[in-house]
Design a protein around this ligand. Structure first.
Ligand SMILES: Cc1cc2nc3c(=O)[nH]c(=O)nc-3n(C[C@H](O)[C@H](O)[C@H](O)COP(=O)(O)OP(=O)(O)OC[C@H]3O[C@@H](n4cnc5c(N)ncnc54)[C@H](O)[C@@H]3O)c2cc1C
Length: 435
């Protein structure tokens, strides 16, 4: 493990590794859910946590940050100056901005504001060869040459090491308004959400929890999410913006709730809103009562296919016999489908393996994406070729070879390794196993 004290140390490490063909893996906080930061080929691991400086440039509305800065610290530093950095992964109290850039992380605010990619103005760091590069400048416009900045974003630490970034900030919304709604079933909830989006209302957050997720949260918090609506799917909405804008939109949302939901409740103050959000935050951890293993799939579904997908989930649960609590961000189609099983139960493990395969095939056939924010890493390598044609995979491999000719940076990820599950165990097949 290498703990660089200065950015230049990283260039020296990479130059040496490149010369001797040593694998190097960059590590932020290690919260990736896809195994992306696991050094599967051994070698050196660069820990980025020491490069954690944060400077808010008030006149430009930008944050200059080191790659190891914690995302929640960046948000707090921005807020202290009246600015807002919207990308908000649930792991923001732990994960680094470098990890967020490498995975193009998202969160609940994605539908209205966008994801990490939409807030990166410029990057700096080192190529796998150890050469220093800057992609973009701290200016609002930049159109000089290939957009290598966006190539690095989402490249999962395989094309370079990000040492610092310039992030765009937006003004803090002056008002927020939170509403909880419940629905008779999942299909009705998703149909209702489509109606809301058609009416041009743009919630800052629009979170869906299916019946199973609600039950998990209720058991974990020992309180009903919605008195009289126990175990019903819910949609939690937050409007944010100027006071007149929020007032206007809240009228439309209340009319929508009265027409579509079985019940709705407005949070009267920030404390009440916080109680409602606590339910959403608790549901993911609470799912472990349904099994000691969780396959958390962060798929994306086009809005036109929401209802078809809701029906597919009913079928998936019935045919697999597994609990599949599902929640997610309706304003951008990014749903977290959690396939729960018990590791020691061979039949359940096999059913989970089959369920993931079927899920991924269905997502792609509906025109969706196999990942909206977690990336491919190790865990999703078997499905990359469902999403991408051979020509697309070859193009990505050609980029990797051009920037990392010796293949030292984060080897064994994305398309380089094929792995399969054998029931509860992950078996990794290196490319040469197939020759
Ligand atoms: C409880 C929990 C909730 C989560 N919620 C969300 C969520 O809501 N939204 C979401 O998007 N993700 C979520 N995640 C996933 C994870 O937090 C994100 O993928 C995050 O971006 C990873 O950041 P990290 O600092 O931990 O990076 P790591 O896990 O250390 O690394 C992730 C990848 O980034 C690369 N990398 C790290 N730093 C750099 C760098 N400086 N330069 C180049 N490459 C680098 C690594 O090599 C690796 O490939 C969640 C994870 C957990 C455990």
């Amino acid at each position: 493990m290498i703990f660089p004290r200065e950015e230049a140390d990283i260039g020296a490490v990479l130059a040496l590794a490149n010369k001797h063909g040593v694998p190097v893996t960059t590590r932020g906080r290690g919260t990736t859910l896809m195994g992306s930061a696991a050094p599967v080929h051994g070698g050196w691991v660069i820990d980025m946590l020491g490069l954690n400086q944060i400077a808010i440039k008030e006149e430009a509305g930008m944050a200059h940050v080191g790659a190891g800065a914690k995302v929640a610290d960046i948000q707090r530093a921005a807020e202290a100056k009246g600015w807002f950095y919207p990308p908000d992964p649930s792991s923001r109290e732990y994960c680094t901005i470098g990890g967020n850039i490498a995975c193009n992380a998202g969160g609940m605010h994605g539908g209205k504001y966008g994801v990490t990619r939409d807030f990166v103005v410029a990057l700096r760091g080192f190529l796998p060869t150890g050469e220093y590069v800057e992609w973009g400048t701290a200016t609002k416009k930049f159109s000089a040459g290939f957009n290598m900045r966006d190539l690095w974003i989402g490249s999962e630490g395989m094309l370079g090491v990000v040492t610092g970034a310039v992030l765009k900030l937006i003004p803090q919304p002056a008002a927020r308004w939170t509403l909880l709604t419940s629905f008779r079933d999942e299909t009705r909830a998703l149909q209702a959400a489509l109606g809301l989006f058609r009416s041009r209302v743009q919630p800052a957050i629009c979170e869906f929890l299916d019946r199973e997720s609600v039950l998990c949260a209720e058991r974990a918090t020992k309180q009903t999410v919605f008195a009289g609506q126990a175990g019903r799917p819910v949609i939690l909405l937050e409007l944010a913006g100027s006071k007149p804008e929020v007032r206007e939109q809240s009228k439309a949302v209340l009319a929508w709730a009265a027409a579509n939901a079985t019940a709705h409740r407005v949070a009267r103050n920030r404390d009440e809103a916080e109680q409602l959000w606590a339910v959403r935050r608790k549901c993911s951890g609470a799912m472990f009562e349904l099994g000691d293993a969780k396959l958390n799939e962060d798929i994306v579904i086009p809005m036109r296919s929401y209802v078809k997908f809701a029906r597919f989930l009913v079928r998936l649960k019935r045919e697999s016999g597994l609990h599949v609590p599902t929640f997610g961000h309706l304003a951008d189609g990014n749903l977290h489908v959690n396939i729960m099983y018990h590791r020691a139960d061979k039949a359940e493990s096999r059913a989970a393996e089959k369920a993931v395969q079927l899920l991924m095939e269905t997502v792609v056939s509906l025109g969706g994406a196999i990942s909206g924010e977690h990336g491919i890493g190790l865990a999703k390598t078997p499905f990359l070729r469902l999403q991408h044609s051979p020509a697309q995979v070859r193009a990505m491999q050609a980029v990797k070879r051009a920037l990392d000719p010796r293949g030292i940076l984060n080897p064994g990820k994305m398309f380089e390794v094929f792995h399969v599950w054998k029931h509860e165990k992950l078996i990794v097949h290196l490319p040469w196993d197939h020759k």
